[in-house]
Write a protein of this length. Structure first.
Length: 454
């Protein structure tokens, strides 16, 4: 029912209320009731008993019924105006169609009727039924593919030195422990010399302790000298362990006294190489990055308003740009405890297997966080038309009549789109030819007069 009709109805209501207040045959009680009724029309009070605006309730105000019947806006089954019947149109909440003065799109409930049934048939408008699906389209969010942070190795120099030799370049596939580069380091050379000295000291300390213990047994040495020899042996062992641990961090020797080999701690692909032969490097520099891409993460941007419906182990379906006709499935393993103040979204993580390497870091896509207990109404994509800033779906009421519904769109699933509000399961919606119906509802309609707007 167009907005202008509702304005006329409200004016008539005010007139009826005024006439009733001035009538000479009205009782004092009727006069007292007229003012609250008129106030209800202004304030938009709801009739709690019948679920519609009190000012338009034909059951409480029987004199309004003929007005709606004359206009053809009448539900015989429920004895209420068809356009606001809460049983036939629960999505409208018992209120008239939206005021379209601000957006210029047709009002919710605008009807388009063909002049004849033959005209409707020749127009070639096809329809399909809206279907209900458990889980529906889910919560639509954006997704970005990133590396699995547990399978990324950033490898820096173990000791300052000069790069003498490179074994790999970017793109090389390496196994765990494979050599990456050889580095000459004065520090490593000094530590190896100190370790050799510590080993020699340890050997001497062991021999000295044995000798002192033998002399003590023969009565030629005191207990004090034995304890001193034991203390020297312990100190030599500690020194050897310290230098050995330092060299163990550096890795295997590269043949020279001051060289060491830089190796990878995991298998994967070399994605970065900043080392070059002859370059002086320090321990703070990252020389190589090795990534195991057999699995990746999808980071989802979940809107703040949808967070209450998101939980761990919730199933997710992801479509990635660049990988056509392939849906990736996973479960949420992490939801960030903080919200980005700029985007008002929280990060959620979904691990994904990547055996063929098709997923690459920084790919973008779309994800649907599924809610199995939630039912959704799905219609074909072609059924949804945009009029100005409003999305419309045309519901078939009769063979030659359609009704425009303002709808809210949710997630997409292949050729189907979720209608969050505005269409009920089982209703027939126009698909092919719905554009023609849209043009007939707009003020600047380009239709050739085949339809008559109610």
């Amino acid at each position: 029912m167009p907005a202008r009709v509702h304005i006329v109805v409200l004016v008539l209501l005010a007139a009826l209320s005024g006439c009733k207040a001035r009538g000479t045959d009205n009782t004092a009680q009727e006069k007292a009731e007229a003012k609250p009724r008129a106030a209800a029309a202004v304030e938009g009070a709801m009739c709690k008993e019948h679920g519609v605006l009190e000012a338009l309730c034909t059951k409480c105000n029987p004199k309004l019924a003929p007005i709606f019947q004359a206009k053809g806006d009448w539900c015989k089954e429920h004895e209420l105006p068809e356009s606001i019947c809460p049983i036939c149109h629960p999505e409208r909440g018992g209120k008239p169609a939206a005021d379209v003065a601000s957006d210029g799109a047709p009002a919710d409930g605008t009807k388009v009727k063909f002049k004849t049934k033959d005209t409707a048939r020749l127009a070639g408008i096809l329809t399909e039924k809206a279907v209900e699906r458990q889980g529906g389209g889910g919560i639509p969010v954006t997704a970005r593919i990133v590396y699995d942070a547990l399978k990324v190795a950033e490898i820096n120099a173990r000791a300052a030195g000069v790069v003498r030799q490179l074994h790999v370049d970017v793109g090389a596939e390496v196994k765990k422990g494979a050599p990456l580069a050889v580095v000459d380091s004065a520090e490593v050379g000094a530590d190896r010399s100190r370790l050799a000295s510590a080993l020699s000291r340890l050997k001497v300390a062991e021999e000295n302790l044995k000798r002192e213990e033998q002399l003590e047994q023969e009565g030629l040495a005191s207990r004090k000298s034995v304890l001193a020899a034991q203390q020297e042996l312990d100190a030599a062992r500690a020194e050897r362990a310290s230098f050995a641990a330092s060299l163990a961090v550096v890795g295997a020797s590269a043949g020279g006294s001051g060289g060491y080999t830089l190796t990878t701690p995991l298998a994967g692909i070399v994605t970065q190489r900043k080392a070059t032969v002859g370059r002086l490097v320090g321990v703070e520099e990252t020389l190589f990055e090795v990534v195991d891409v057999s699995s990746m993460w999808a980071e989802l941007d979940v809107p703040e308003t949808d967070l209450p419906a998101v939980s761990l182990k919730q199933p997710v379906v992801i479509e990635v740009d660049g990988i056509e006709k392939r849906e990736l499935q996973g479960e949420i393993t992490y939801v960030a405890p903080a919200i980005d103040p700029a985007t008002r979204t929280a990060k959620a993580r979904v691990p994904l297997a990547n055996p063929d390497g098709a997923l690459r870091a920084n790919m973008f896509g779309r994800a649907r966080i599924l809610a199995p207990a939630r039912a959704a109404v799905m219609v074909p994509r072609s059924a949804v038309q945009r009029a100005k800033t409003v999305k419309l779906v045309f519901v078939r009421l009769a063979e030659d009549q359609f009704e425009a519904r303002r709808v809210e769109i949710g997630a997409t699933e292949g050729d189907l789109v979720e209608v969050v509000k505005g269409v009920r399961p089982g209703e027939e919606v126009a698909t092919e030819g719905s554009f023609l119906l849209k043009t007939e509802t707009l003020k600047e309609s380009i239709g050739a007069g085949c339809c008559a707007e109610d």
